[in-house]
Design a protein around this ligand. Structure first.
Ligand code: ADP
Length: 463
């Protein structure tokens, strides 16, 4: 797109025109975040116009037409939200880092046709290439091949413009070449700590009024009223530990905190920290904090922190996790002076947490995030039905019926109810304006959800 900046819109129109003319066709937009960033966050008029043009063009596509638009990005959260609505990009697929089997398949593809010695064990290579993505594996295969080429170069008479075929025949890629290549090529997953800009505000978090106030005072104030804070000699917390059942909004709160303090957001899942940086988790921790300082003000969110810090005395506590924890603690100590990097951790197993984490100067603010009470459920239901077409709904009944539900459960039933209404619409082929979510859609969704929860025997108490 860069090439056509001045005329990007025109160019886009003609691409869509051409695709329609040649249908069936697929339009592939790579790195869509660069042409369709969030409109309220870019200053340039050109970018804004490009986003609107893209929206118009996608809306203009006939749903039964034979043009499909596929876009790719590694920063889904920086894309303008309007593009992610139904009728536009309405399917989202995350293409994760390949697992061992995936890496094996990718290696097979990239070594196809390469003259390899039999001793080269792709199975073994796929085992030791944790965190490598497709491009890294391709680079690895190329690098190994280059190694083999380098070996024969001394035999080649560079005066001649062709390499004799018997010399070529001799090229063999060995497992030693792969070992050498592994030294050169590092996994990109390790290089990359994803910095996001969440757009969740306090209004998107239902209930938990006291918790919001507490966080506003202890985190927002030190950032916004630094002088006053210093003046009265108040000490903001170093780290915050949120604990409570799954799906009660811990992640949501951390994101809202980042958004409300205009901070960047780095989210790390404990188990991923161990597996992604296999053998190098401490380096991972350093990298995370380095990125956070660079991106300050920044909120670092460690989800499922219990996986990193099994309570002492259990034998699951290998020295790997211990080292990771001490690394986190020493990084947090280093933050002492600067309160523009805030560390938030979450767990649903507070009993599993190493008490060393809870000492003063560390995660010294521990906040419980319980399942919502009636008031909280009312607010959460309102949040998740706000943008949905509702018939007359008896909200109070729904609040009563969902005793014991977490926020994530409420989100899920609102969605399920909307799907039921949609199914009816598709079946009757009715006008879009007439789609309405009924009380029955919601109560049915609640019933089904309760059955599922019981089936999964979640430890919840339903009335
Ligand atoms: P946790 O981190 O506690 O496991 P999440 O924050 O990931 O839970 O919650 C998952 C989803 O459930 C959220 O994205 C949101 O849609 C919904 N949700 C959970 N709690 C709330 C809440 N208090 N208010 C509004 N939505 C909520």
């Amino acid at each position: 797109m860069g090439k056509y900046h001045g005329e990007s819109e025109e160019r886009m129109r003609s691409i869509f025109e051409e695709a329609k003319k040649n249908a069936p066709s697929v339009i592939f937009i790579d790195e869509i975040d660069s042409i369709a960033p969030k409109r309220d966050e870019v200053s340039g008029e050109v970018e804004k116009r490009v986003v609107s043009q893209l929206l118009t063009l996608m809306d203009g596509l006939n749903s039964r037409g034979k043009v499909v638009v596929i876009a790719a990005t590694n920063r889904p959260d920086s894309i303008d939200g309007a593009l992610r609505r139904p009728g536009r990009f309405d399917r989202e697929m995350e293409i994760g880092i390949p697992d061992k089997k995936g890496r094996y398949d990718i290696l097979r593809i990239h070594t196809q046709g390469m003259p390899m010695e039999e001793s080269v064990d792709l199975d073994y290579i796929s085992k030791v290439t944790h965190g490598f993505v497709g491009a890294d594996l391709q680079a690895l295969s190329k690098e190994a091949a280059m190694g083999a080429l380098r070996r024969i170069i001394p035999e080649v008479d560079l005066e001649q413009d062709r390499i004799p075929s018997d010399t070529l025949q001799k090229i063999r890629i060995t497992s030693e070449d792969f070992r050498e290549a592994l030294r050169e090529v590092r996994p990109s997953a390790l290089r990359e700590v994803l910095v996001q800009v969440p757009d969740v505000s306090w209004d998107d978090v239902g209930g938990l009024a006291q918790l919001k106030t507490e966080l506003q005072e202890s985190i927002e104030w030190p950032l916004k009223h630094t002088k006053a804070f210093k003046f009265v000699g108040a000490e903001p917390p170093h780290g915050i530990l949120l604990h409570g059942p799954p799906g009660t909004g811990k992640t949501l709160i951390a994101k809202a905190l980042a958004h409300e303090t205009n901070s960047n957001f780095i989210s790390i899942k404990g188990p991923a920290l161990l597996s992604k940086w296999v053998g190098e988790s401490e380096k991972g921790v350093r990298e995370i904090f380095r990125k956070a300082r660079q991106a300050a003000p920044c909120v670092i969110f460690f989800d499922e922190i219990d996986s990193l810090t099994p309570a002492r005395g259990t034998d699951t506590g290998t020295h790997v996790t211990e080292n990771v924890v001490s690394q986190i603690l020493s990084e947090m100590d280093g933050l002492e002076e600067l309160h523009d990097v805030v560390v938030v951790a979450a767990t649903n197993r507070p009993d599993m947490i190493d008490s060393a984490l809870l000492r003063p100067g560390r995660f010294d603010k521990v906040i419980e995030v319980p399942n919502p009470d009636a008031n909280g459920r009312r607010q959460i239901l309102q949040i998740h039905t706000k943008k949905k077409p509702l018939e007359n709904i008896d909200l109070e009944q729904l609040v009563k019926d969902t005793d014991g539900f977490a926020g994530a459960d409420l989100y899920s039933i609102c969605n399920a109810a909307a799907m039921s209404a949609l199914r009816r619409h598709v079946h009757d082929n009715d006008d879009v304006q007439n789609i309405l979510i009924t009380q029955k859609d919601l109560t049915d969704a609640i019933m089904i959800h309760k059955e599922r929860l019981n089936f999964e025997s979640k430890p919840k108490n339903f009335a």
